[in-house]
Each structure stands twice: as C-alpha cells, then as structure tokens.
Design a binder for this molecule. Structure first.
Ligand SMILES: CCCCCCCCCCCCCCCC(=O)OC[C@@H](O)COP(=O)(O)O
Length: 261
C-alpha cells in the first residue's frame, strides 16, 4: 500500500519535473537568443570566433541542463568510452531513440557541429541558438554532404543521427544514406555512439507527460572507430561504398541495440 503510494507520488513528481524541464529549455533558448547572443555579437567581432563561443556556450548550457534533469530525478545516466571523444574532426554517428539524445551528445562533445532539422531554425526557442552556432541545416540539399565534410576538415566533431529522425515506435533502425556519404566522400572513419534509454521515454510521437513508471536510465557508450577504408577500395565507386557502409552500420546499430535489449 505504502509502496504503491510512493510509486504514484514519484510518477507525479516526474511529470511535474519533466514539464519544468521543458519550460527551462524554452526559457533557456529565449535567454540565449535575446540576451546572451546579442551580447556576444557586441563583444566578439570575428565571425569564426563568435561561432566557436556560441557553440561553447550551448555546450555548457546543455551540460547544466543534463545536471538539472538528473538532480530533479527525471533521469539518471552512465557514460562509457568518453575519452575517445577527446579528439578533433570526428564523424560521430549515433542512434536516436529519444528527444534528449542531442542534448547529451552536445553536452559532452567539445567543438561540436551538428546536422539540425530545418524546423528548429524557425522555432522561437531553438532558432536563436541554432543560427548563432551556425549548425548545418538538413534542408541543405546537394551541398549538405559537402558542408559536413568542410566542417570536419576545419576540425569540428560532427554529430549526425543517420536515421534522420528518432527511431520509430517499432524500434527498427533504418539509416539514410547521407551519413555514409559523408564518411566515404570525406574519407573519415566513423565514431559510433550507442544511446540506450530504459524504459524508453520521449520517443517519436510520444507525449511528454506520459512519463514511464520508473525513472529512466540513459547509457551512452562511445564505440571503437569503424574504418571507412574497408568499404571503399580502388575499384569501388563512392556510391557503392556508401551503400555498403550504410548496410554495415544498420546491422551494427541494430545488433548493438538488441544485445542490450
Ligand atoms: C538550458 C537549456 C538551453 C537550451 C538552449 C536551446 C538550444 C537549442 C540548440 C539546439 C540544437 C539542436 C540540435 C538538434 C539536432 C536535431 O535536428 O534533432 C532533431 C531530432 O532530435 C528530432 O527529430 P524528430 O525525431 O524528427 O523530431
């Protein structure tokens, strides 16, 4: 009886705390847009340095945000293999079970660039930060892959969710070809990151107030690099190599997720 009451109270608390986190995210985005970035524009004249500062500020904001979610009891998390991220020019490919994956990766990856969906440019809460940080818009069309390769060459760590959207409710991971194209045409090895969330929350189409019956636990695991050279030989076209790498990564991510299911 008492246990059930405690579980119920915990659930109500997490609904409240989750709502609060959404509000903090929105207000945070607006404060960055209306106060912080205009100030940055005044203080830092050089465009490249300004973008670097904006990205660092976003990383710190996300880092604080992750702490906030943990302290409020919305989630707990475990990080593995993060030392592998302490390099530059990494092509980081992650699976995408929940809405918070981006927050986690951007909180812990330094010099991060990211492919961001077009809708976030015109969203009042995310538009300011996304523009100031000059992330890569996924509506970029033919230049998208080139923009990504250029970003990697400048030494940024590029975060891409090769599914292009969150994993569907059926849990099936289906990768788009773009991420493999970046790896093949840019001749970059892939640094896969496995994101697991148990019980699943904030998946595609899920309502935020439907919080799971117990506190969710995220495990973020940086894997060993996958060498791109194995997929693109002398007599292999780039199209073929990208197709092979996509197939490989799809089986790779699916397998890793099932291993832990
Ligand atoms: C204190 C908190 C301060 C918050 C500041 C707001 C900063 C906004 C920067 C946002 C950078 C977001 C990068 C998002 C990458 C992206 O595009 O993710 C979309 C997917 O995930 C969801 O796709 P979908 O499953 O199709 O809805």
């Amino acid at each position: 009886m008492l246990e059930r009451l405690a579980a119920q109270a915990g659930l109500y608390w997490r609904v409240l705390a989750t709502g609060l986190c959404f509000v903090v995210f929105g207000v945070g985005g607006l404060v960055l847009r209306l106060l912080v970035f205009p100030l940055l524009n005044l203080l830092v004249r050089q465009p490249q340095r300004r973008v670097a500062c904006a990205r660092e500020l976003i990383r710190r904001a996300f880092r604080a945000y992750v702490d906030l979610m943990r302290l409020l009891g919305v989630l707990r998390y475990e990080l593995n293999g993060m030392d592998k991220l302490a390099r530059g020019g990494l092509l980081i490919l992650a699976n995408h079970p929940t809405l918070i994956d981006t927050v986690f990766l951007m909180a812990f990856v330094k010099n991060a660039d990211c492919i961001v969906k077009d809708a976030l440019w015109n969203n009042p809460f995310t538009g300011g930060p996304v523009r100031a940080a000059g992330y890569i818009n996924n509506a970029g069309g033919a230049e998208l892959v080139d923009d990504c390769i250029a970003s990697l060459r400048r030494g940024n760590n590029l975060i891409v969710f090769p599914e292009g959207t969150r994993t569907g409710g059926d849990g099936l991971i289906t990768l788009k070809r773009g991420a493999a194209n970046i790896a093949v045409r840019g001749a970059r090895d892939v640094t896969p990151v496995l994101i697991r969330c148990q019980p699943l929350t904030l998946g595609k189409g899920e309502k935020w107030w439907r919080v799971p019956p117990r506190r969710v636990r995220f495990v973020i695991e940086v894997q060993d690099d996958v060498a791109v050279a194995g997929f693109s030989g002398d007599d292999t076209s780039e199209v073929m190599a990208a197709r092979r790498l996509t197939e490989f990564l799809q089986i790779y991510f699916t397998g890793k997720c099932q291993e832990h299911a």
